[in-house]
Design a protein around this ligand. Structure first.
Ligand code: ADP
Length: 319
C-alpha cells in the first residue's frame, strides 16, 4: 500500500486533529502517502482532498475541532454515492481509508469495505458511546470542560444557596453526566441507562437542607429530559426553585487533554499499521490501557455500556 486517505466525519471531538497527525506521521514514517479528505463523506463522494505532508500536520496536536472539517452527509447512505466516492479514490490511487468518527461514520466505513475499499475506524466522539472501546477520543476533554464548568457553577450556587440543574450532552449514553457527576461531587445524576426517582432526588436535597446545606447540583443527560422539564417537575412536586444551565456546544470544543492526545496518537498510528498489515473492516480501541483492534461490525451488534458501578458510587458519596 503506497497511498491512503483519512477523513473525519459526524460530530467533531477534541483530539481529532491529533489523530489526523498520527495517521499522517505514522504513514510517512513507513513511506506511505496520505491524502486528507475534506468534509467527511461529502468530500469522499466529490474527491475533495489534498496530500498531507509532515509539515501540514504540524502545530495541530493541541487544537480542538478538525483540520479536515466534518459533516453529516445523508446521501452517502445510498450505494451509488458510495461507488462514486470509491471511483474518486481509485483515480487518486488511494488503497485504504482511515475513518475518524462515531458509530454512524463507522457504518459508512463498513459499507465501503463491502465494496472493496479497505477501511479502519478510529473512534472519536465526546459521548464515549462506541461499543468495543473503553474510551473514545474527545471524551476526556469534554469531561474536563464539564467538570470545570460545574466547579464554577458550584461557587455561585454555594454563595447564593441555590440549586442548579446542569444539562450535559449524551442522547443515549450517560458517560459525560456520570463521570462529571462523580468528579464534581454532584448531589444527583440522571442518566439514560438508569431509571431516575424524583422522590429520591427531593429526599437528598431535603437531607442536605437538614444539615444546613442549602445548595445542590443536579446533572441531567440531555437524552433523559431537558433541564427545564426537571426544574418544572421539582417545582410542582416539592415547591423547589432551581436555576438551570445548559452547557451545550462548549462541551465539543477546546484544546484536547493530554489523555486525548495520547489516545488519538496511539489509535491513529495503530489504524495505519492495520492497513499496512492488509487488514480491513476493523476498529481500533483501548481496553485495560492496551490498544487493540476488533471487527467493525461489533459496533453495530454490541452496545456501549455505561459503568453503572460509578452511578452507585456517586449516590453513595453524595448522601
Ligand atoms: P457519528 O459518526 O458522529 O455517529 P452520524 O451518525 O451523523 O455521526 O454519521 C456520520 C455520517 O456517516 C453520516 O452523515 C453518513 O454520511 C454516514 N453514515 C451514517 N450511517 C450510515 C449508514 N447506515 N450507511 C452509510 N453511511 C452512513
Amino acid at each position: 500500500m503506497k497511498r491512503i486517505g483519512v477523513l473525519t466525519s459526524g460530530g467533531d471531538s477534541p483530539g481529532m486533529n491529533a489523530a489526523i497527525r498520527a495517521v499522517v506521521r505514522k504513514a510517512n514514517y513507513h513511506g506511505v502517502e496520505v491524502f486528507g479528505i475534506y468534509h467527511g463523506y461529502e468530500g469522499f463522494i466529490k474527491g475533495k482532498m489534498e496530500l498531507l505532508d509532515l509539515g501540514s500536520v504540524g502545530g495541530i496536536i493541541q487544537r480542538g475541532g478538525t483540520k479536515l472539517f466534518s459533516s453529516r452527509c445523508p446521501e452517502f447512505k445510498e450505494k451509488k454515492y458510495q461507488l462514486q466516492g470509491i471511483e474518486k479514490m481509485k483515480e487518486a490511487g488511494i488503497e485504504g481509508l482511515v475513518v475518524i468518527g462515531g458509530d454512524g461514520s463507522f457504518r459508512g466505513a463498513y459499507e465501503l469495505t463491502k465494496l472493496g475499499l479497505a477501511c479502519i475506524g478510529v473512534p472519536a466522539t465526546i459521548d464515549n458511546d462506541i461499543a468495543g472501546t473503553e474510551f473514545t477520543i474527545g471524551f476526556d476533554t469534554a469531561l474536563n470542560t464539564v467538570v470545570s464548568a460545574i466547579d464554577k457553577i458550584r461557587d455561585t450556587a454555594t454563595s447564593h444557596e441555590n440549586t442548579f440543574i446542569i444539562e450535559v450532552m449524551g442522547r443515549d449514553a450517560g458517560d459525560i453526566a456520570l463521570w462529571s457527576g462523580l468528579a464534581a461531587g454532584a448531589e444527583s445524576v440522571i442518566i439514560p441507562e438508569e431509571p431516575y426517582d424524583l422522590d429520591d432526588i427531593i429526599t437528598r436535597m431535603k437531607r442536605g437542607e437538614a444539615r444546613n446545606k442549602k445548595h445542590s447540583i443536579i446533572i441531567v443527560a440531555e437524552g433523559v429530559m431537558p433541564a427545564s422539564k426537571l426544574a418544572n417537575m421539582l417545582k410542582e412536586k416539592a415547591g423547589i426553585e432551581t436555576r438551570i444551565t445548559v452547557l451545550g456546544h462548549i462541551q465539543r470544543g477546546g484544546s484536547p487533554s493530554a489523555f486525548d492526545r495520547v489516545l488519538a496518537s496511539r489509535l491513529g498510528a495503530r489504524a495505519v499499521e492495520l492497513l499496512l498489515e492488509g487488514k480491513t473492516s476493523r476498529a481500533v480501541g483501548i481496553k485495560n490501557h492496551q490498544v487493540y483492534d476488533y471487527d467493525l461490525r461489533e459496533i453495530f451488534t454490541a452496545k456501549h455500556k455505561a459503568d453503572t458501578s460509578l452511578y452507585t458510587l456517586s449516590k453513595e458519596l453524595s448522601i
